[in-house]
Design a protein around this ligand. Structure first.
Ligand SMILES: Nc1nc2c(ncn2[C@@H]2O[C@H](COP(=O)(O)OP(=O)(O)O[C@H]3O[C@H](CO)[C@@H](O)[C@H](O)[C@@H]3O)[C@@H](O)[C@H]2O)c(=O)[nH]1
Ligand SMILES: [Mg+2]
Length: 238
């Protein structure tokens, strides 16, 4: 019989004090029958998220909750890179920690991966059955614009390139991040475009993205500029 896979869930946090315990409790509920670890990468959040993370580690134990904090806010993409260095899993799952990515979807990512032995399973808001709830018009325009620009210039066969609810085979994640140069939100797009170019096996599952209840988004104007720059750079990549 083949070995039971182990999953490493990476949780990047910046001011997620209220959301983190709920997300961890839901992961435990939906993954209870699968071997896994949760790696929390907190960038010294001023709201004290790290104290909540320490408390969760006391409750669930150091084998289940791994803390890999950094001294300051260094960006979402680089938080994943940092966390993945400590991951022991055969697969890595990345997700937001504000309940926009509901842990109830994790079993569908795992099932999909097994179905076709895929390298990557990516959540999509733009597939039938997927969607967005609670975003204002400005935010919808930014997301659709980012996906439209990427489709226009790069034509990846993936409907949601900026989504960051994904499952990667660990070896593939390591291979892709070694090639990636972006540190912020554009990281998700660069990873998937490089995966398509490398002809990796990618599947999609529909997800409904619900806007956060507590706290604020960290997406600012600077990230939008970096995104456009990133797409242009990848357009001229061999
Ligand atoms: N450690 C760390 N975590 C961060 C940082 N910036 C953001 N995060 C964490 O990353 C997650 C997403 O951040 P949000 O600020 O909630 O992002 P968003 O605006 O809702 O954007 C989401 O949708 C975008 C696509 O529309 C995605 O591109 C993006 O990755 C994210 O999923 C949250 O768990 C947040 O705490 C950082 O610099 N460092
Ligand atoms: Mg969010």
């Amino acid at each position: 019989m083949s070995k039971v896979p182990f999953y490493s869930i990476l949780l990047p946090t910046y001011n997620e004090r209220e959301n983190l315990p709920v997300v961890v409790a839901l992961i435990e509920e939906y993954l209870n029958d699968k071997p896994h670890e949760i790696i929390i990468i907190d960038d010294n959040s001023p709201d004290g998220t790290q104290h909540v993370a320490v408390e969760l580690q006391h409750q669930l134990g150091p084998e289940r909750i791994i803390l890999r904090p950094r001294s300051g806010k260094l960006g979402l993409g680089s938080a994943y890179v940092h966390g993945s260095k400590f991951a022991r899993g055969d697969f890595i799952i990345i997700m937001d920690v504000d309940l926009s990515h509901h842990p109830r979807y994790i079993p569908s990512f795992i099932e999909k991966q097994r179905e076709g032995d895929y390298d990557i399973v990516t959540g999509s808001r733009y597939l039938p059955g997927g969607g967005v709830a609670g975003w204002n018009l400005k935010r919808k325009i930014i997301s659709c614009g980012a996906n439209y620009l990427t489709q226009l210039l790069l034509r990846p066969p993936i409907s949601d390139v900026t989504g960051s609810f994904r499952l990667y085979r660990k070896s593939i994640f390591d291979q892709l991040i070694n090639a990636c140069t972006s540190k912020g939100y554009v990281f998700q797009m660069e990873m998937i475009v490089r995966a398509v170019k490398a002809k990796l096996r990618i599947a999609q599952v529909p997800i409904i993205f619900v806007d956060r209840l507590y706290g604020e988004s960290k997406l600012g104007g600077q990230e939008v500029v970096l995104f456009a720059k990133g797409v242009l750079q990848l357009t001229f990549l061999d």
